[in-house]
Design a protein around this ligand. Sequence first.
Ligand SMILES: Nc1ncnc2c1ncn2[C@@H]1O[C@H](COP(=O)(O)OP(=O)(O)OP(=O)(O)O)[C@@H](O)[C@H]1O
Length: 856
Amino acid sequence: MKPAATYSKSAPGTPKKDISSQKENLEDVPSDKKRKLSGRDLLEKRAMTELKPRLRQAFLALNKADSSPVAMRTPTNNTPRKGAPREPEVAVTVNPIDVEALLSMKMTGKNKFDYKGKCEQMMDYIKKLRACIRQFQELETALNLEKEELRRQLDDEKESREHTEATLKYKQDELEAGLAELKFMCNNLEERLAFTETEKENLVRAREKDAETIQALEKDVGRITSDFDKSTKEVANLLQQVSSLQDINKRLQEYNTSLQQYNSKLQSDTTAAVEAMTRTQKEKAAIMETLSSLRGHTSVLQNQLDSSKNTVVEKVKQNKELKEEADRIRSELQRVTDDREQRAAQIQALMEENLRYKECTGKSAADLEQLSSKNSALEEGYSSQAEAIKTLRQQLEFTQQKLKMAEARIAENESRGAEYKGRLQEVQEKLVDAENKLHEGELVRKKLHNTILELKGNVRVFCRVRPLLHDEEDVVGTEPLVQYPNSTELMGRGIELVQGQGQKHTFSFDKVFGPEVMQEDVFVEISQLVQSALDGYKVCIFAYGQTGSGKTHTMLGNQDQPEQRGIIPRSLEQIFKTSQALSSTGWSFRMQASMLEIYNETIRDLLARPGNGNEPAKQHVVKHDQNGNTTVSDLSLVDVSNWKEVASLLQRAAQSRSVGKTAMNEQSSRSHCVFTLRLSGMNESTEQQVHGVLNLIDLAGSERLSRSCSTGDRLKETQAINKSLSSLGDVILAIGNKEQHIPYRNSKLTYLLQPCLGGDSKTLMFVNISPDSKSLNESLCSLRFAAKVNACEIGVPRRQTLASRNSESRLRKNGSYCEGSPPDGEYYEESDFDHISQAGAVDLACRRLKGFRIGQ
Ligand SMILES: Nc1ncnc2c1ncn2[C@@H]1O[C@H](COP(=O)(O)OP(=O)(O)OP(=O)(O)O)[C@@H](O)[C@H]1O
C-alpha cells in the first residue's frame, strides 16, 4: 500500500501572514502594475499558485495506485466566520488513481478474442475513470469553497484595516486637539503665573502695611482698654437707662396693642362702610323708584296745573271782556242819562219860558200851539229815551250778573289753582328732597367706592364713548354696536360690544360715559381726584384709545367754546378756585406747570422759548431717585397762579405740538403729551406743608398701519407710537401678574410714568372708544387692555406732607423738577390737614389699615 498522500492548506485565521505572503508574491510584479492589482486579482493569483502543486500532487497520487488510500481534505460547508476559531483540517482517505497509468492503460484480455475479459477490464476501467472524475469533482468543490473563503477573509481584512485607519486618524486628531488645548492652558498658566507674581508682590507690600497698621492698632488697643474701663462704667449707667426704656417699651407695646385694636376697629368700620354702601345703593334704587313715581305724579299734576292755568287765563280773558262790555254799557248809560237830563233841563227851560210867555207877554194862540207841539215832541223824545235807559239798565243788570258769575267762577278756579299750586309745591319739595337724598347717597357711594379702590390700590378706569361722526355707522347687522347694560349691578358701569351674530363682549369699569354725556358731567366725576392733588397726592389722569376716539377732546377739548372745555382747563380752574378759597385759612400755594411731548422716543419741551435756531436741541433725560422723585432735565417750569396764564401756556404748547393729518383723524396727535402741575402748599400759621403733583396725559392714538395707510415720516411716527403703547401694555401686564421685573425702561413713556403705574399715586385712565362699526376690533382691543389696567394693583396712594419750611427746595428753581416722597421722618398726622379736604378721615383710615407711618 502506498503511503496516503496528504495535502494541507495553511490554516485560516492568520490574515497578516497571508497579506505578507501576497505582498511577497507581488514583489515580482512590476511596480506600475502592482498599483493596478486589486484584492481579487491577488486572491486569484494566490489560489492559482497554491492550486498548481496540489493538482500535480493529485495526479501523482492517482497515477501511483488506484487502490491505495489517499488522505484528502474533505471540503466542509462550515466556513469559519470572521473572528470565529478555525476548525482543524480534516483528512479524508480515498483511493487515489494513477491517472497517467489509467490513461495509458490498454484492454488486453487472455487473447485477442477474449472480448469478455476485455469487456470486464473495460468495465473496471470505466469504474476507475468514474472514481477519478468524482475525486476531481470533490477536489474542485473544495477548491472553490476555499477560494470563496479566502475572498471573504480578504474583505474582512480590508474592512478591519479601514476601521483601524479611521481609528488611528481620529486618535491623531484627538491628540492634536489635546496638544492645542495644552498649549492654550500652558499660555494661560503662564499669564496666571505672571499675574500671581504681581499679586504676590502686592500682597507682600500689603503685609508690610498691615504690620504697620497692627502696630498702630496695638497702640489703639491700649487706648481702647482705658476707654473700655470708662465705658464699663457708662454701661452700668446705660443699663439703668435700658431698664427705664424697657418700661417705656412696655408702655409703647400697650399703646401698640391699643393701636391694633383701633386698627381692627377701623377694619370693622370699613366692613360697615362697605355694608353701608350696599345699603345706600339699595336705598338709592328705592329712592330712584320713588323719584320716578314722583316724577310721574308731578308730570300729571303739572299737566293738571297747566290745564287749570289755561282755564284761568281763558276765564280772566272772558272776565275782562265782560268788564269791558259792562264799562261800555255803563258809559252808554251815562251818556243816555246825561242826554236825558239835558233834554229834561231843556223841557224845563221851555216850560218855564212858556209860562213866562203866558203870564207876561200874552202871546198869540199860534205861538202857543207851536210851543205845545215842540213840548210834546220833546216829551216823546223824553219817553223814548226813558225806555232806552230802561232797556240799557236791564242790559247792565244782566251783564253785571254775568260778570258776577264769571268772577265767582274765576275765584273758584283760582282757589283750585292755589290748591294745585300747593300740591305741586309739596311734590316739588318732595322731589328736591329725594334728589338731595339721591345726591347725598351718590356722594357717599362714590366716597366709599373710592375708599375701597384706594384700599385695593387699583388703577381706576373710566370708559368714554364718543358720538358718531359723519360717514360713520354704529350698527352691526341689526343691533347697535355699543350697548349699555341696565341691570342694577352694571348701570352706568357696564359696556357691551356686539360682534355680529349676537356675540357680545361685556366689560365693566368704574364709570362708563355714553356719547350724550357732556364735558362738564365727565369732569364732575373726576373733580374729587383732581382736588386731592391740593391735598398732597400724586395724581395721574391719562387718556388711552385708538386714534380719533376722543382722547384730546376729553383731555383738552375745545378752548373756544366754554361748555366744550376738557379736563385740563377745568381741573386747573378748580385748583385755582380752591387754592384761593383756602387762603382765608392761612394756606398759600405755589404752582409750577410744565408740558412735554414724547415724539419718536424723544422728549420735547413744549414750553421752551423758541431760540434763534442755531443752538442744538436739548436732550431731556428722565431720572428717578431712590426716594421715588422723578426728574426731567432741562425742562421749562413756569409759575402759574390763574387760568389765563395756563391758557396762554396751552396755546404756546399747541403751536409746538406734533400734530398731523391721518386717514383716520384730521388733527391727529402724533406724540404723547404730558401736562404736569406741581403744587406746593404752606400754611403760614401752622408751618405745615403739602406737596402734590397733577399729571394730565393725552396719549397718542394706537392705530393699525393697514387702516391708517401711513408712509414715510407718518409710518415712523406710527411705529414709535405703537411700540411705546405696547411697552405700556407689557408694563401693565407685568404689574398685573405681580412679576419681579417690570419693564419700565422699554420706552420713554413707561419710564416717565413709572411713579404713576408702579408707585403710590392716584391713577385714573380714560379708555376712549369710537362707536364706528369699522373700529370694532380696535375698540375691543382697547377695552381688553383697559380691563387689564383696571385689575392692576399699584399700591396705596400716599400724601406728601412736611412740617419744615423747605418747600422751596422741593420746587425746582431751574433746570429740573422733583416729585415724590418727603424724606423719612417728616410725615405728620393726617388730622393736621383735615381742613383741606373732607377725604382726610377716610384717607387716614386707609393708611392706618395699610400700616403706613402716621406720625413721629
Ligand atoms: N365726546 C365727544 N363729543 C363730540 N365730539 C367728539 C367727542 N369726542 C371726540 N369728538 C370729536 O371726534 C374727533 C376726534 O377726536 P380727537 O381728536 O379728540 O381724537 P383723539 O383720540 O385725540 O385722536 P388722535 O389720537 O388721532 O389724536 C374730533 O373732531 C372731536 O371733536
